[in-house]
Design a protein around this ligand. Structure first.
Ligand code: 13P
Length: 252
């Protein structure tokens, strides 16, 4: 059985006190009612990672960064390395979120380096892919997502790939309230699994956790997660409210 994961991407939200409150609120709810058989993690701004790791690990959840540098260390002002992320206790890192691609010009070739760098430091990369609306309307979504997956993951050996989590986030569904239908999500997740299986083998692709992201919330998570190839979610807005977030994690 592959791992089910619900991850919260806080993006650039919350000051220190608010972040601490949200972490403790999540911990409190989990103490009362811990959904079973699902890994829960939060990805706060990097400045709160150590705090998040401490609170998370005491309370049965985990944390990750939203981004990291492809470089090992050195003169890269403002950047955060994989080693730094790992040294806070964080276990995951989101790589290639569409906002990084759009606003920071991150290309697949760079993301391939980041994936390698994350694995080198024993972080689990959550590699994001997804098409924009015009690409879906032009019926190019499979081609676009297939290329994103190949370009940033196919340089890995099967052994290296074992640790990778994939997140399908159609860009038109992110922060728009317009979620993919369960059928659209399932169709794309099955396609991604097939692309992975052609490269890394059926058994490996079968073990790969593929998350859905894009306006996933406490009201629609259950029908999305009910699909055989949807193994959880990468949650933006709804992860900023502890109750909603934990409810989503309990939606399998
Ligand atoms: P929303 O859940 O706010 O649409 O964001 C999804 C996302 O980008 C998670 O990484």
């Amino acid at each position: 059985m592959r791992k089910k994961i619900v991850a919260g991407n806080w993006k650039m939200n919350k000051n220190f006190e608010e972040a601490e409150d949200l972490l403790f609120d999540i911990a409190d709810i989990l103490k009362e009612n811990r959904p079973e058989d699902v890994e829960i993690l939060v990805c706060p701004p990097a400045i709160y990672l150590e705090l998040a790791a401490d609170i998370a690990h005491e309370n049965g959840f985990d944390c990750g960064a939203q981004n990291m540098s492809e470089h090992e260390s050195g003169a890269y002002t403002g950047e955060i390395s994989a080693a730094m992320v790992a040294s806070t206790g964080a276990k995951y890192v989101i790589i290639g979120h569409s906002e990084r691609r759009t606003y920071f010009g991150e290309k697949d070739s760079l993301l391939a380096l980041k994936v390698t760098q994350a694995l080198k430091h024993n972080l689990t990369p959550i590699y994001c892919c997804g098409e924009v609306l015009a690409e879906r309307e032009a019926e190019k979504h499979f081609e676009v997502v297939g290329e994103q997956v190949k370009n940033a993951l196919f340089h890995l050996t099967a052994e290296e790939f074992e640790k990778v989590v994939v997140a399908y986030e159609p860009v038109w569904a992110i922060g728009t309230g317009r979620t993919a239908s369960p059928a659209q999500a399932q169709e794309m997740h099955a396609f991604i699994r097939k692309v992975l299986s052609d490269k890394f083998g059926v058994a490996q692709a079968d073990q790969t956790t593929i998350l859905y992201g894009g306006s996933c919330n406490a009201a629609n998570a259950r029908e999305l997660f009910a699909n055989p190839d949807v193994d959880g979610g990468l949650i933006g807005g709804a992860s900023l409210k502890a109750e909603d977030f934990v409810k989503i994690a309990g939606s399998f």
